[in-house]
Design a protein around this ligand. Structure first.
Ligand SMILES: Cc1cc2nc3c(=O)[nH]c(=O)nc-3n(C[C@H](O)[C@H](O)[C@H](O)COP(=O)(O)OP(=O)(O)OC[C@H]3O[C@@H](n4cnc5c(N)ncnc54)[C@H](O)[C@@H]3O)c2cc1C
Length: 358
């Protein structure tokens, strides 16, 4: 149940091959047809069934990495190891700055049985997330546990002012029934909606044509995902929406909660502009990110949950990591003294000038 896979393998090809053998890795990012195993590992990605299978960092049990000096190393290789720090985790999320991943070993699972779905409506985004917190803290992990705020739910599912919780459980039928029993218990005061909403979401979950049509019609759109503790979630949601909403030119800010844990969750914001003068789009974009990322950090959120840092978020890395960023710089300097690997990423020193944007 361990797969040796090349880093350039695309997600849909991988899962098609595995499903013919009754197996799955369980990593289903929205970009599954556009992204590769190496990119998932390099960016610490998350799939839509992460509650069940974990993020990519939970799925990797070993890596082959070519370092800046050309040497090849192998890390990990076992379910758990106690032989110093976990070197897999040094390279997972390093976004190509510490080495080139040339081989990945991933955990496999048997394909699950038929899903059991639930959809519930809540009067408030915070209340819906409180139900998720209770579900997770009771020790069950439904494969999907997503909450859309009233705008996102209403525009997708015509559910008016309700925040909508979508739940899908997969697995052994006996265990799945028990998990759904906990979900129903925690949602007893919510409005039961048509469970078919979950299948509708599943079938259209990777369709980004609505966003494409916005960008084709002069709008600017981006998304920002962060991890926040349950106790800070409602304030972070309102704070980030208000901060980006106050940037001149913003037309819309909305959010959903896409990945849940016992101690917190991922908030995924979408923000849209349509400036009167297209030349203003770049300044709006920079300002929206400046206030969005900083407001999230002020509410105790992480800088990213699964998209990673790239060039755009490099400018926030020192604020986000504080004094620990110096440790990352030391690792970079030790492994890549000439700074040739992906300069400008992760807020690391860049000997070729400042590649980070803006
Ligand atoms: C429409 C859309 C939906 C998305 N949905 C999700 C989602 O649901 N979940 C999610 O996690 N992400 C999502 N993403 C973001 C992105 O697809 C993922 O983060 C993915 O993990 C990156 O993989 P990639 O193959 O596209 O990497 P790339 O974009 O090609 O590379 C990303 C970075 O990783 C480095 N890198 C790539 N391969 C290697 C390697 N072998 N060794 C070292 N460094 C390497 C690159 O140099 C680059 O810095 C989405 C993106 C889009 C456009």
């Amino acid at each position: 149940m361990i797969l040796d896979v090349g880093p350039g393998t695309f997600g849909d090809v991988l899962e098609d091959e595995l499903s013919e053998r009754g197996l799955t890795v369980g990593h289903w990012p929205q970009s599954v047809q556009l992204s590769t195993v190496g990119g998932w590992v390099a960016c610490r990605g998350a799939g839509q069934l992460s509650n069940r299978y974990g993020k990519i960092e939970d799925m990797v049990i070993g890596l082959d990495v070519v370092l800046a000096d050309g040497s090849l190393i192998h890390t990990g290789g076992h379910a758990r190891v106690a032989a110093g720090p976990d070197l897999d985790q040094v390279f997972i999320g390093s976004e190509g700055t510490l080495g080139v991943i040339v081989g990945v070993r991933l955990r496999l699972h048997y394909l699950p049985g038929a899903p059991i779905d639930r959809a519930y409506g809540f009067g408030d985004f915070g209340q819906a997330n409180e139900a998720c917190r209770h579900i997770m803290q009771r020790g069950v992990t439904p494969a999907v546990l997503r909450v859309y705020d009233a705008f996102e739910a209403g525009s997708r599912y015509d559910t008016g002012d309700l925040s909508v919780l979508l739940v899908r459980e997969l697995g052994d039928p006996a265990a799945a029934e028990a998990v759904i029993g906990v979900v129903d218990d925690e949602c007893a005061d919510a409005e039961r909606l048509d469970d078919g909403l979950v299948q509708a979401w599943w079938e259209h979950r990777n369709d980004v044509s609505a966003l494409e049509s916005l960008t084709n019609n002069g709008f600017g759109v981006d998304t920002m995902e962060v991890t926040v503790r349950w106790g800070d979630l409602a304030a972070a949601y309102h704070g980030v929406c208000a901060a980006i909403g106050a940037v001149e030119g913003t037309r819309l800010v909305s959010a959903h909660q896409s990945h849940a844990y016992t101690d917190g969750a991922c908030l995924y914001f979408t923000f849209v502009t349509r400036p009167d003068d297209p030349a203003d789009r770049e300044s709006w974009y920079v300002e929206a990110w400046n206030v969005g990322a900083r407001t999230a950090l002020e509410h105790g959120a992480s800088l990213s949950h699964h998209h990673g840092i790239g060039l755009n978020r490099s400018r926030f890395m020192r604020e986000a990591l504080g004094s620990a960023h110096a440790v990352l710089v030391s690792i970079k300097t030790a492994l890549d003294p000439n700074g040739i690997l992906n300069p400008g990423k992760l807020g690391l020193p860049d000997p070729f000038g400042d590649q980070a944007w803006p």
